[in-house]
Design a binder for this molecule. Sequence first.
Ligand SMILES: NC(=O)c1ccc[n+]([C@@H]2O[C@H](COP(=O)([O-])OP(=O)(O)OC[C@H]3O[C@@H](n4cnc5c(N)ncnc54)[C@H](OP(=O)(O)O)[C@@H]3O)[C@@H](O)[C@H]2O)c1
Length: 273
Amino acid sequence: MTDTKQHITVIGLGAMGRALAGAFLEAGHPTTVFNRSPDKADELVGRGARRAESVTEALEAGELTVVCVLSYGVARELLEPAADALAGRTIVHLSHGSPADARELSDWVADHGGAYVDGGIMSVPQTIGQPGSFIVVAGAEEAVERTRSAIAVLGDPIDVGRDPGLAPLYDIALLSGLYGIAAGAQLAVSLIDSGGGDVELFRGTLLLPWMEAMLPFTAGVVNTEGTMPDEFNATMQAAVLESMIASSRAAGVDEALTGHLHASLALMRADAP
Ligand SMILES: NC(=O)c1ccc[n+]([C@@H]2O[C@H](COP(=O)([O-])OP(=O)(O)OC[C@H]3O[C@@H](n4cnc5c(N)ncnc54)[C@H](OP(=O)(O)O)[C@@H]3O)[C@@H](O)[C@H]2O)c1
């Protein structure tokens, strides 16, 4: 039996779009690419991709088009002049934006006879197609199922529901978790550096293992009420945060993050039943 791979179009060849198109080529999918600045397609064309000269030509190349550009606004700007080519085709939209953006674009594509799946890429270009890469996807069940195997080339598709706005919701929530961790890690390294500690020793031998050990516990106890879990002992945590603020101040390190955490803790305690 011959394994004929589905044709896939990729619109948007920034750092992420090039990684997506490269993964489809690597997996043996006939791939057509389009980008506002056409030179970004050169390397992919050298690897076997077909270059489309317009968005209409890109959409007409096949049934499935992946769009990954700066924003939903840019995606809409690109697709609008090619709207007649949407009928009977499927858009998997992977640019970053809000739940409202996703619902609006989904409705607009549906108004032109197309199917729509929204996705949030939880990966960086370097890890597209690698183990651990995943994509939160949302949209009509039939469209999500039909596009599952193509999306799986990029990362594990995690279906988060039928409302297309759920994909950006989960994406933004995941990024909020990560950015909080990144801000904490930055503060930690600044404290070590300002106090004459060994940053490399700290980063590899202490910070990473500490975070790996503590994260499952922390993610497991946070709750939707925003209250301090009993396990955390709010009185003790307040004393720790006050000492962290004083140490940051003494070291000349920005105390905005610890001050914010202290204020959040006060709120949690005030709200506690
Ligand atoms: N990079 C990451 O680590 C990462 C991770 C997860 C999600 N994402 C999301 O993936 C999307 C793309 O990210 P990226 O890293 O590829 O960004 P990027 O390298 O800055 O690429 C931006 C893309 O948008 C296009 N674009 C911007 N303004 C345009 C306009 N007015 N008209 C037409 N095209 C326009 C660019 O075309 P030109 O080449 O012509 O400028 C390019 O194809 C973003 O929504 C981002 O949040 C990125």
